[in-house]
Design a protein around this ligand. Structure first.
Ligand code: ZN
Length: 328
């Protein structure tokens, strides 16, 4: 199979679907976007097909010139069979066999990956992970997810295909309750949603708090952006919480570094939005949680693709699908 061929990528998000047409050179030849808020799959799936065909035709190609497609989709899903079982933000989508549908309608082969793994693949093929054989990608937003590239391969794990769930490692015995049902997960300490809930609880009876004043008393508006503002302004509660968050992140990163000896930890969302204020304190605490040699061998860097990562996610999944097919 020629490497010059193009691939199609579909990033199926809760509010929009990004479609990208791209090649191994990292350039997108075309992109499209379909609104996906409160939709039914019967109406959206045919649109995905027609938009994909339009992108291919617009650059003067036919579907025979497209080597494969990749689907990036949220969990819970049945990745082995390419079925979106119950995507968290699309309540009308139940057991949608999206992989089989696109294979049949586009007439080409494709793959289905969870979106966090696709983030890792996108950074690997097109972003901060280029040229690495071993790196870890972490999404740091409302939840914490990620993907692991080890020995030049995406690690999916065994039957559950659940490897790379980097937010759900227990870092505190009998610790804070996590959304996943476990206690003491890293996400329960450092996920954006968990931290917002914690601030809302702890500041409920504290109208004088800088954080509460920043949101004019509307506790439900407290989020990571407000926390960052309060930290920069030197609020003592915010600074202490940020410090605890940094210590917890160092604890998790130290585990990843000792277990995988990655060349890079690539951090998405919060890390690139906040900058050094986010990464510097984590780096300060890291020597407590991992060995010196793998720590010195690991660069901690922000995502390069940032907001565009969605357009690359499915394209990267397709390129990885072809790479695995070639046995590389
Ligand atoms: Zn958890």
């Amino acid at each position: 199979m020629s490497q010059e061929k193009m691939v199609l990528g579909f990033d199926v998000g809760g509010t929009k679907i990004g479609i990208g047409l791209g090649g191994a050179d990292g350039r997108l030849a075309g992109k499209a976007r379909i609104e996906n808020l409160n939709t039914y799959p019967e109406e959206v799936l045919p649109k995905m097909v027609s938009e994909a065909k339009r992108l291919v035709a617009e650059v003067g190609l036919s579907m025979a010139d497209v080597a494969a497609f990749g689907i990036s989709a949220p969990f819970p899903a049945d990745p082995a069979n390419g079925i979106m079982t119950a995507p968290p933000n699309n309540r009308h989508w139940k057991n949608v066999p999206i992989l089989a549908y696109l294979r049949e309608q586009l007439g080409i082969d494709g793959c289905f990956e969870n979106d966090a793994n696709c983030g890792a693949l996108a950074e690997w093929f097109f972003g901060a992970g280029r040229g690495c054989t071993d790196f870890i990608y972490l999404t740091m937003s409302t939840g914490i997810g990620g993907g692991i590239i080890a020995a030049n391969h995406l690690i999916r794990g065994g039957r559950a295909l659940s490897a790379g769930e980097l937010g759900h490692i227990c870092i505190e015995l009998d610790g804070r309750q996590c959304n996943c049902g476990m206690k003491g997960c890293y996400e329960a300490y450092c996920g954006g949603r968990a931290l917002a809930q914690r601030m809302q609880e702890e500041l409920r009876d504290n109208p004088e708090s800088m954080i509460v004043q920043l949101v004019d008393g509307k506790l439900e508006e407290i989020d990571m952006i407000v926390l960052e503002k309060a930290v920069r302004a030197g609020d003592s509660y915010a600074v202490a919480l940020w410090d605890e968050m940094s210590l917890r992140s160092a604890q998790a990163f130290g585990l990843y570094i000792n277990v995988f000896n990655p060349q890079k930890l690539v951090l998405g969302t919060l890390a690139w939005a906040v900058g050094d204020l986010y990464t510097d304190p984590i780096k300060k605490y890291l020597p407590q949680f991992c060995w010196k040699e793998p720590l010195e061998a690991c660069e901690i860097v922000p995502s390069e693709l940032r907001r565009d990562i969605g357009y690359y996610a499915g394209v990267a999944a397709a390129l990885n699908f072809l790479k695995e097919k070639r046995g590389e």
